[in-house]
Design a protein around this ligand. Structure first.
Ligand code: URA
Length: 438
């Protein structure tokens, strides 16, 4: 086989065999041919797409480039959730203990945030002592004992994706459905759960800006997951405004854990509650713990309202070495010293939020990365208070900016204000769950 012939075949629009695709992935991972040839290959895929069989073969080759967890050691149905990323997305921190409390085993491998999006791993690092690295045996043994565990994805999981993703980032080939599908699914399949629920976000803070694009990706994710014997479901959710009130790390972790307290399902930000309970119920349903959607939702609400999920969260964090105090409102997490207030300039309605800009306002204070290796300030954050559709009165507090450096906080406040759109006329609220497929 020859890489040039494979690139030429793809350029001519011919379907590649699984062997040809494996040759490309293995050869590139082993550095057997140069980056410029892989760039050319990726660009031909960008232009010509891939058939479902090619996408499945690409996923398989990337999956088998590294370790795969053996979840057959878990004594219960296993399920995981993957979010395509957004601003204020702290759902995993509530979802994992809720799903565990509903009888699922939830081994989650999470990533870091990049650009305007936040990552679960960074939020967990705001907890002192919390261990995000451990070997696979310990990870699975905590998942078995507690029902859930969340750690960082190590370089041994789908290493081909690491190399290919870095190249896609600098060769204008990120926004390509088969490449995104293989990238997401190779990592998710490696963690081994039987059921996978995808939270596919659309809107100004998401990777997929519109629902049509998102549907195409969803179809490819479901087809590929099913090809590998997984039970799949995709929930399309709104990312045209930050999820919940908190944007940051320590403040998002506090918001997520606080929402789990018994009685707080009714008082916590309802966008966060609606999405979280929907995704957990979907995991419960798809993993066949309970096959009826409304009965699954009842199960989740009971786990939440009884306080059992809150206790499960405390056990999970403690088992992974994290030191939090559930009796304190802020769980003892370190937050920034100053809280600047951003006030509304005029009366009206909040008509829109450029969510990407809201995420980048956090970056202005050192709370998000421009590059993967950038250090992060975990204690700064933004509490963005109104929702699209809310009536606004001049002078009301729109956001609290938590920072240690007032001038950096001021820059963030200005960026956030510029990201908001106001209307003199009443505006409809956003809908959180936009659609679903399975
Ligand atoms: N998330 C991933 O893991 N990979 C992509 O290609 C896009 C989003």
């Amino acid at each position: 086989m020859n890489i040039l012939e494979i690139i030429e075949a793809k350029k001519q629009g011919r379907e590649l065999t699984a062997q040809q695709i494996r040759y490309v992935v293995d050869g590139f991972t082993a550095e057997e041919f140069p980056v410029y040839q892989m760039s050319a290959f990726l660009m031909t895929v960008w232009f010509n797409g891939m058939t479902p069989a090619e996408t499945a073969a690409l996923t398989g080759a990337m999956l088998e480039s590294g370790e795969q967890l053996d979840t057959s050691v878990l004594t219960g149905p296993s399920a995981d959730k993957h979010s395509t990323g957004g601003v204020g997305d702290k759902v995993s921190l509530l979802l994992a203990p809720l799903a565990a409390e509903c009888g699922l085993k939830v081994p989650m491998l999470s990533g870091r945030g990049l650009g305007h999006t936040g990552g679960t791993l960074d939020k967990l690092e705001a907890i002192s002592g919390y261990r995000i690295h451990m070997d696979n045996d310990e990870f699975l043994s905590i998942t078995e004992k507690v029902g859930c565990a969340i750690i960082g994805q190590s370089g041994s999981i789908a290493p081909a994706d690491g190399r290919i993703y870095s190249l896609r980032d600098v060769s204008a080939t990120v926004d390509c459905v088969p490449l995104i599908t293989a990238s997401i699914m190779s990592k998710k399949l490696a963690a081994g759960p039987e059921a996978i629920v995808i939270d596919l976000k659309t809107g100004s803070g998401a990777f997929m800006r519109d629902l049509d694009q998102a549907r195409e990706l969803a179809k490819a994710l479901v087809e590929t997951g099913k090809h590998y014997g997984r039970k799949m479901s995709v929930v399309f959710s709104d990312m045209d405004q930050p999820l919940g009130r908190a944007i940051g790390h320590a403040n998002e972790t506090i918001e997520a854990f606080d929402a789990l307290r018994p009685g707080h399902r009714q008082t916590a930000p309802q966008d966060l509650v609606v999405l979280t309970e929907d995704l957990v119920a979907e995991m419960v349903r798809v993993a066949e713990v309970c096959i009826d959607r409304s009965a699954s939702l009842e199960l989740v609400r009971e786990a939440w309202d009884s306080g059992r999920a809150f206790e499960r969260m405390l056990l999970w964090v403690e088992t992974q070495g994290g030191r939090i105090n559930g009796d304190l409102p802020d769980f003892g997490l370190k937050t920034a010293a100053l809280a600047l207030e951003l006030k509304a300039p005029a009366d009206g309605w909040l008509a829109g939020v450029n969510c990407r800009e809201a995420g980048l306002a956090l970056a202005d204070m050192g709370g998000a990365r421009r590059k993967v290796e950038d250090p992060l300030d975990l204690s700064c954050g933004i509490d963005f208070l109104p929702l699209v559709g809310d009536a606004i009165v001049a002078g009301q507090t729109l956001a609290r900016i938590f920072c240690d450096d007032a001038s950096a906080g001021q820059v963030a406040a200005e960026r956030l204000l510029a990201a908001l759109e106001f209307s003199d006329d009443q505006v409809a609220a956003n809908t959180m769950i936009l659609d679903r497929i399975q």
